[in-house]
Design a protein. Structure first.
Length: 403
């Protein structure tokens, strides 16, 4: 882009989601996270009360009862454009008939979690980390959910986590230093239940820190209360990964919830999924990552959409993800640039994908380009050059202790 032509500012301002379709509700009710859960939109009738559904959406809602439940909190529902079927919020949360089309490459368990589950509800795929699936419920249900086989209770499997057995496994396996709580959404647990679980995990000496993966601050910011934040603060070091895909999701309520978490010492990172018609453009992604930084959230991962069954209408090309990362590199702060990854199908773990900057690399030099396309050369260090300073330093170190 020509330097004299400024890029468009997309969704950069924070806006409230209230009251929207719930104009008659009191501020006290709206701010009550339990009211929000109780009044989620969960039926075809509830959707058609406010939206003009397309035939594809209507058929998708009927299909949802056998695949992944429909549920949208009032807060998040208010972000949907009533008359725009291409609304990026709508595409994430309203079922579509495309969910019933399964391509040959798609899988029920694309990340291979079931094959790495030594006890019910605990996934041990990486050497020093474990994934603890503590619930199968979410505040709202993303239509591209990688765990749609178990989440919401409508899929082909049920999640039966054995908490005692999982805790016993973690106590035994001292190589595990990091546990990620996920599901479903851990922040749907009551304060007491979450505090009890975090306390049990904190009592395991070799667990260095805990993580929580959640979409609640985005779907249900009312859940982030001072009481909850004080509980989380008790269990530091505790990190949190939130899930935001589009700048419109960062409302004033979400901004304030994230700020409360940050004020209580919770480091925040964001995980986005690259989705067709949602965030598969450079201006949208740049707006999202800049708004995240203003909310004190570090963009962490940009995921290529998993090969979950029925997700082809939402997936983009891998090439598009690499193009977006290349469009960000050098054009914004490095703090804002997420790592683009594919979760290797079948359980291979996260694999980073980056634009190619290296043209040539041998024993003598590396030739590479920068974000402007300018070419540079850097001399490679030989084994002899590496070893010589080490010998010299060893002599100095020995002399220092003998003099």
């Amino acid at each position: 882009m020509n330097k004299s032509t400024p890029e468009p500012r997309v969704e950069m301002e924070f806006a409230t989601s209230a009251p929207g379709y719930w104009a008659g509700v009191s501020p006290e009710q709206w701010s009550d996270w339990k009211w929000q859960l109780k009044n989620r939109v969960t039926t075809l009738e509830g959707l058609e009360k406010h939206l003009q559904l397309t035939p594809q959406e209507r058929a998708g809602v009927i299909l949802a009862g056998s695949k992944l439940s429909l549920a949208v909190t009032p807060h998040y529902f208010n972000l949907i454009e009533r008359d725009n079927p291409d609304c990026p919020i709508r595409r994430q949360i309203i079922p579509h008939v495309g969910e019933g089309t399964i391509s040959p490459a798609e899988m029920a368990d694309p990340c291979g979690e079931d094959a790495h589950m030594p006890v019910p509800g605990l996934v041990h795929r990486y050497p020093d980390r474990a994934l603890f699936l503590i619930t199968d419920r979410c505040a709202s249900y993303c239509r591209y959910c990688t765990r749609s086989r178990v989440v919401s209770g409508a899929g082909e499997q049920e999640l039966h986590t054995d908490f005692d057995e999982a805790i016993a496994y973690l106590k035994k396996h001292t190589e595990v230093r990091d546990v990620l709580l996920s599901g479903g959404d851990p922040l749907l647990f009551s304060d007491d239940k979450l505090d009890t679980l975090l306390t049990r995990l904190r009592e395991i000496p070799h667990l260095e820190f805990l993580r929580i993966g959640t979409r609640v601050p985005i779907f249900l910011p009312q859940r982030i209360t001072p009481e909850l934040c004080r509980i989380l603060q008790k269990h530091h070091p505790l990190w949190m990964s939130v899930h935001t895909n589009h700048p419109r999701e960062l409302t004033t309520e979400v901004r304030d919830a994230l700020g409360m978490l940050a004020n209580h010492g919770v480091p925040l990172g964001n995980q986005s999924v690259l989705l067709s018609g949602v965030n598969d453009s450079l201006p949208v992604m740049k707006s999202l990552i800049h708004k995240l930084l203003r909310c004190r959230v570090r963009p962490y991962y940009l995921y290529q959409c998993d090969l979950i069954q029925g997700s082809s209408h939402l997936r983009t090309s891998v090439r598009k993800g690499i193009e977006i990362i290349e469009g960000l590199r050098g054009h914004t702060t490095g703090y804002a640039i997420p790592q683009f990854v594919i979760d290797a199908p079948g359980g291979g773990g996260k694999v980073p994908l980056n634009p190619s900057y290296v043209f040539f690399h041998d024993a003598e030099k590396v030739v590479f380009r920068n974000f402007e396309g300018k070419v540079f050369e850097y001399p490679e260090v030989t084994e002899r050059e590496v070893q010589a300073p080490v010998t010299h330093l060893s002599v100095l170190h020995e002399e220092a202790f003998t003099s």
